[in-house]
Design a protein around this ligand. Structure first.
Ligand code: 5GP
Ligand code: ZN
Length: 119
């Protein structure tokens, strides 16, 4: 997708801090972090949102979650806990139309964890 920001990031046309990459997914730091650790895990394949998933994407979805688990362990937030969020559509807060899983964590307290606009 020519005009998709995340496709450009995946193709290294837009620089980001990549924390993990394989042939199916890329994980990088969010430019406006809403938590001490805020990463975006995106499929290499352009899928606009959860609402556009098809049956053949089943394995890819598993890959996104297992990547989140792996990174959470590496970043040492697995024990304290973290949030995984998919915003779906404008009404759901989605701004970039390329599927992405938000991984948020690293808070020092429950109070610090409360993020405006997040469940
Ligand atoms: P959404 O609201 O679509 O679920 O989340 C999009 C996320 O992408 C936001 O948290 C936003 O901060 C992040 N973002 C937008 N543009 C860029 C960018 O150019 N680089 C990076 N690393 N993150 C971005
Ligand atoms: Zn894309």
């Amino acid at each position: 997708m020519q005009d998709c920001l995340f496709c450009k990031i995946i193709n290294k046309e837009v620089p980001v801090e990549i924390v993990y990459e394989n042939n199916k997914v890329v994980a990088f730091k969010d430019i406006h972090p809403k938590a001490p650790i805020h990463l975006l895990i995106v499929p290499q394949k352009h899928i606009p949102s959860v609402d556009h998933l098809e049956i053949q994407d089943k394995e890819l979805i598993g890959e996104l979650f297992l990547t989140a688990q792996k990174i959470a362990r590496e970043q040492r937030i697995a024990q304290t806990g973290y949030k995984l969020v998919f915003n779906v559509g404008r009404g759901g807060g989605q701004v970039i139309d390329h599927l992405h899983l938000h991984l948020l964590g690293g808070w020092k307290s429950e109070k610090e964890r409360d993020i405006p606009g997040m469940p």
